[in-house]
Design a protein around this ligand. Sequence first.
Ligand code: GLA
Length: 354
Amino acid sequence: MYHVRSPGRVNLIGEHTDYSGGYAMPIATDLATTLEAEPAEAVSVTSRRMEETRSFAIEDPEPVGDWTDYVRGCYAVLHDAGYDPGGFEGEIGGDLPIGAGLSSSASLELAVLSFLGAAYDLDLSREEIARLGQRVENEFVGVDCGLMDQFAVALSKSNHALFVDLGEASFTRIPIPADLEFVVVDSGVERSLSTTPYNDRRATVESALADLGVEHSPAVDLAALSELDGEVAQRLGYVVRENARVRQAATALDDGDSERFGDLLSEAHADLAAHFDASTPELDSIVESAVEHGAYGARLTGAGWGGAVVVAVAGDSASELAATVEDEYREEFPDREPSTYRIAPSDGVTVEQR
Ligand code: GLA
């Protein structure tokens, strides 16, 4: 039996930068998707969360529009890349919340790909698995996401943040200062990327780069933005400033400067809300309340338009702060069902055979 543990991710800073070859800095979560599986001829997969078992043949998979697409899509991209894995009988479980902006989809894709890689000796590197996961989203599910989530799930190490340069496809791991902890507050506003303006934002940023004749967003000169239309300049302007903040945040972590790190997070949120229009009143309110109650900083994490906020906080005040922020949020938005998680930065996906 193969036991796969595939984490989610919390992006600490560097939002909407990955698909233009920019910088981001995620961690992998201790909340994870699990897959217990054994090779078989066809696929029979149970989702504990969905309380259903589904079976399908592995030849010529087509999307059907539900959670099994993240499994079917793995076969589609593996076949396309010249691999021919067999089926499996397995059960998906774990404690990673779905639709909270913690990359439950990347987590599931990478669980399946890592299992198939191990069980059928496909000899896939972690980076290859990450790229195949992105292809599942782009080519099968129909979400034009970047590579940040899959890199985080594949390549993270415990107690480190992963600084990724998506233009160079390179990464470094930065130790997290001992006093710094992360709390994630899920606003309870569920969303999936396919129903948000995500693809639209991506198209705007890409066409702006094409107009400027620049391949990757870190190479854009802020002064060149004046050549673009108002709204396009506003969107790309945010991306350029965000890239700069990710570098500064990496330096702050290296220096053990949690105050500076937190300030950058809050600044990033304000910019993302004002110039990329990716926030919601719920997320803004959580950020505000966290900072007011003594967090180093806070920002929405993931694509936005719902999902969660990451709060950077001193370890000794994390529990109290999480409870206060959650209470205030419930009072302000009584119809929402928030959840709060203390996140320990964890290792990327692992596969064990026992
Ligand atoms: C989603 C996508 C990522 C990234 C973020 C925004 O999580 O899957 O590729 O673009 O949004 O930073």
